[in-house]
Design a protein around this ligand. Structure first.
Ligand SMILES: Nc1ncnc2c1ncn2[C@@H]1O[C@H](COP(=O)(O)OP(=O)(O)OP(=O)(O)O)[C@@H](O)[C@H]1O
Ligand SMILES: [Mg+2]
Length: 465
């Protein structure tokens, strides 16, 4: 039997050993910390690491992607090894700085005392230790960027350089990405019930540009200037305290290029398009949710606003219950400020006069653009686009067409149709157009004569057709 004295003595010495080990461990740790501190104190450089994934390990870090884009654009020419990958949609190649590569960058903004600061960027890949269980594809390695710089630039790097890298990187991403066309037509959720509040998207690939848009060149130039000023106007809008948005009302008869103009705007600005189908929006609150889901650098389009929804000032103002004029007006101005900005909203209509003036007053719809019937200037552009011909090559036919276009209202869509029908035979195309214009002119003359007869004989009403 063990003596209780011996037992206590044994326990005591065991405790002493444990305490001794703990003390030794703590000493080692504190020595390490101490050495690290000395090392850090003596090392004039510091590092910042940007990891590929957010803390949740699922979402890729926006900052990482911006750094990647920034380095690819501004520093890739300095590294000997690049990496090429296919984009998510497998349609484009995407080049970035390869793993274990090092590159330099310099900057002057915020650096005191003149001269610039030089920074060293490293692209690294870390592999988890073999004990870690890999549960998700992509977990087997993680990429990171590390930037190293002199400690004296700490404030300038944090306050000026890195925000600038983020901003520029995002611009590069925006430039490289494919434009999207979103629409809110009814979708279905997993329970099979109708979902009206979501956007679905496809790649936006419309060939229209301002070069191919046939309209008065001066008006076109003014619109392009306006869009340019808007895109570059971030500081201006912030300075004057206005939400960074702009409204355009495109009005004109069918086939005059309103939808084509929206596509040209999107391609010009490199903005996504949100095609808002108002007939699928049942209430103000749904409209609000849809709007909040839109992203910056986008054009929100409501086509045929007069026909989409019967919204007039007299609509019942039942907020959230149904779509009302006040809901629409909130949508256009009140909500903008809550959503970050850089959005353009475009309404199109064939009947401007039918719209409630409150909806389209300046400030809401900043610019009213009339898309009109095809006149000579627009025709010359269409002839050049479709047939690659100039005025001097078909002088006589052009002259005849010019005169007829002054007298007859024909939409650019109809003119384009005639230029397309006999594409291989330019002469035949132009002659077919002359015939069509003459027929339209005859019809117009006949209608006018009929009107005069009605006036002279004092008849009222039209035919009962
Ligand atoms: N101004 C134009 N310049 C170049 N092409 C045009 C122009 N207007 C119309 N078109 C041609 O006609 C077709 C129809 O034009 P678009 O759909 O833009 O007309 P719209 O004004 O939107 O008509 P709607 O009022 O019926 O919606 C286009 O595909 C385009 O090829
Ligand atoms: Mg249209």
């Amino acid at each position: 039997m063990v003596d209780s004295k011996d037992l206590w003595a044994g326990l005591g010495s065991a405790l002493a050993v444990i305490v001794g080990l703990i003390t030794m461990f703590l000493n080692i740790v504190s020595i390490r910390l101490f050495i690290n501190r000395i090392g850090a104190f003596l090392n004039p450089y510091m590092q910042i690491t940007i990891h590929e994934y957010e803390d949740d390990g699922v979402e890729r870090s926006e900052f990482f992607l911006a750094v990647e884009a920034y380095l690819s654009k501004y520093c890739a020419n300095k590294v000997p090894r690049l990496k090429a990958e296919l984009s998510n949609d497998k349609r484009r190649t995407h080049v970035s700085v390869d793993d274990e590569q090092e590159t330099q960058d310099t900057f002057t903004d915020g650096v005191s005392g003149g001269g610039g600061a030089t920074l060293q960027w490293y692209a690294l890949t870390v592999y988890p230790s073999s004990q870690v269980i890999i549960s998700r594809p992509g977990d087997e390695k993680r990429r990171l960027y590390r930037v190293s710089f002199h400690k004296k630039f700490r404030a300038a790097v944090l306050d000026s350089y890195l925000p600038n890298v983020f901003e520029k990187g995002r611009d590069v991403i925006a430039k490289n990405r494919q434009l999207r066309l979103y629409s809110n037509s009814a979708g279905w959720n997993t329970r099979g019930t109708d979902v009206m509040t979501c956007w679905s998207h496809v790649v936006f690939k419309h060939p229209a540009t301002f070069d191919t848009l046939a309209m008065d060149p001066k008006v076109k130039e003014a619109i392009m200037d306006d869009l340019r000023a808007f895109k570059e106007g971030k500081d201006y809008y912030a300075k004057v305290g206005k939400a960074w948005k702009r409204g355009y009302l495109l009005f004109g008869p069918p086939g005059t290029g309103k939808s084509t103009m929206i596509a040209a705007m999107a391609n010009f600005l490199e903005y996504d398009v949100y095609d808002l189908e108002l007939t699928a929006v049942e209430s103000n609150s749904v409209l609000r949710s849809l709007f909040i889901e839109t992203t910056g650098k986008s054009i929100i389009v409501i086509e045929d606003i007069d026909r989409s929804v019967n919204i007039t000032s007299t609509s019942k103002e039942d907020y959230g219950a149904k779509l009302t004029l006040s809901g629409m007006l909130n949508f256009i101005d009140g909500l903008w400020s809550a959503c970050g900005g850089e959005r353009i909203i475009v309404f199109t209509t064939n009947n401007k006069d039918k719209l409630d003036p409150a909806l389209i007053r300046r400030g809401r719809m900043d610019r009213h653009i009339e898309m009109s019937y095809c006149r000579y200037e627009a025709f010359k552009m269409l002839a050049n686009n479709y047939l690659h011909i100039e005025e001097h090559q078909f002088f006589e036919l052009f002259g005849e067409i010019q005169q007829l276009l002054e007298e007859v209202d024909m939409s650019p869509a109809d003119v384009a149709e005639h230029l397309l029908t006999k594409r291989k035979d330019t002469d035949a195309c132009l002659k077919a157009l002359v015939v069509a214009l003459k027929n339209a002119k005859d019809d117009k003359d006949k209608a006018k004569a009929k009107e005069q007869v009605v006036e002279i004989h004092g008849e009222t009403g039209g035919s009962p057709s």
